[in-house]
Ligand binder design. Structure first.
Ligand code: HEM
Ligand code: NAG
Ligand code: NAG
Length: 325
């Protein structure tokens, strides 16, 4: 950044509480220090996603679950230790459903070989999540991802439970949960469109969505009933695809599913229960290219939530453990 621009941003930050503009993230942040980092991460993501599209879905979700808890700081990646036996990754919203950690490890290994000690795990999560959206959208969702996040040293399972919206939330609760992270109702609606890929465990929507009365499409409900035992034995928790129409395509089909009442969660169906969010669902469903453009902007906005800079964080050597633990 030119000195004048830097000064302008600093001045703006002093006068405005515009969190997203003041966090110093930049597109091309590693241009000098690690010019190949985005290529390296993308190559790793490509290998995994073309082998298993579901891992791509996991990576898209990973950024959301990282950013909503302690900000986008890689805290979701930390493994349990004797000193911290209950990190975020072991909390119910994350365990055992969250996936893609092995991609972050592979990307970090490759990046460390090229530029040791330079690139944060938080930035690798943001790049990898962005790349998963790129590949699953057949290269249509192309995002310039700013970087410069630092890795945090705190990871607490109860904070994940407190900050990640559960699938039974209604529309006001969803709007509030996103507002708490500086994201508005439209960001919430547009980001929910990520439920156009990946899967859910039956336990995430049974019994509330399959119990009568429900607005769920009858044919869709019977598919789910066949797949999900009403009274499962412990440990028996099958999965179903979120979007039965195009399960691995990162597209706007989710909004058509919402309108057709063929979605898994109360939180998905809830988007039709307020006039403003219902209008957004229709726009995303019917206007070609609308959702893709909105998603790109909202995803970058989410990637800036409560970012750590300066003395607040570090660049982890191993994404699973804090430095000098
Ligand atoms: C609006 C509030 C949201 C709620 C209540 C919610 C809830 C859930 C739940 C319960 C699952 C299923 C987990 C399982 O049982 O395996 C899931 C999956 C998923 N979520 Fe969300 N989510 C929300 C927003 C988001 C956002 C903002 C994103 C990303 C931008 C996202 C991306 C995904 C993806 C891609 C999957 C599939 C993961 C996989 O296949 O591994 N979700 N979500
Ligand atoms: C995690 O957070 C909860 C609630 O904020 C707090 O009570 C608990 O002490 C924290 N745990 C650790 C290990 O810091
Ligand atoms: C959503 O749930 C909250 C808490 O249970 C409740 O107070 C509120 O009235 C509900 N809102 C809607 C729109 O159903």
């Amino acid at each position: 950044m030119a000195t004048a621009l830097r000064l302008a941003v600093a001045v703006t930050c002093a006068f405005l509480v515009l969190a997203s503009a003041c966090q110093g993230l930049e597109v091309g942040y590693y241009k000098k220090s690690c010019p190949r980092v985005e290529h390296i991460v993308r190559a790793e993501v490509k290998k995994f996603v073309y082998k298993n599209a579901g891992i791509g879905a996991g990576l898209i979700r990973l950024l959301f679950h990282d950013c909503f808890v302690q900000g986008c700081d890689g805290s979701v990646l930390l493994d349990p230790t004797p000193a911290n036996p209950q990190p975020e990754k072991l909390s119910p919203p994350n365990f055992p459903s969250l996936r893609g950690f092995e991609v972050i490890d592979a990307a970090k290994d490759a990046v460390e070989k090229a530029c040791p000690g330079t690139v944060s795990c938080a930035d690798i999560v943001a790049f990898a999540s962005r790349d998963a959206a790129y590949f699953l959208s057949r290269l249509r969702v192309k995002i310039n991802m700013p970087a410069g996040r630092l890795d945090g040293r705190v990871s607490n399972a109860s904070e994940a439970l407190d900050n990640l919206p559960p699938p039974f939330f209604n529309v006001t609760e969803l709007v509030d949960a996103f507002a708490a992270k500086g994201l508005d109702a439209e960001d919430m609606v547009v980001l929910s469109g990520a439920h156009t890929v990946g899967r859910a465990h039956c336990s995430s929507f049974v019994p509330d969505r399959l119990a009568a009365p429900s607005d769920i499409d009858a044919g869709f409900a019977s598919v789910l009933r066949r797949r999900c035992p009403a009274d499962p034995a412990p440990g028996n928790d099958p999965t179903v695809n979120q979007d039965l129409a195009t399960p691995n395509a990162f597209d706007n089909q989710y909004y058509k599913d919402v309108l057709a009442h063929k979605v898994l969660f109360t939180s998905d169906a809830a988007l039709l229960t307020a006039p403003e969010t219902a209008k957004m669902v229709r726009d995303n469903a019917y206007i070609p290219g609308w959702w893709e453009d909105k998603f790109k902007a909202a995803f970058v906005k989410m990637s800036r939530v409560e970012v750590k800079t300066g003395k607040q964080g570090e660049i982890r050597k191993n994404c699973r453990v804090v430095n000098h633990a």
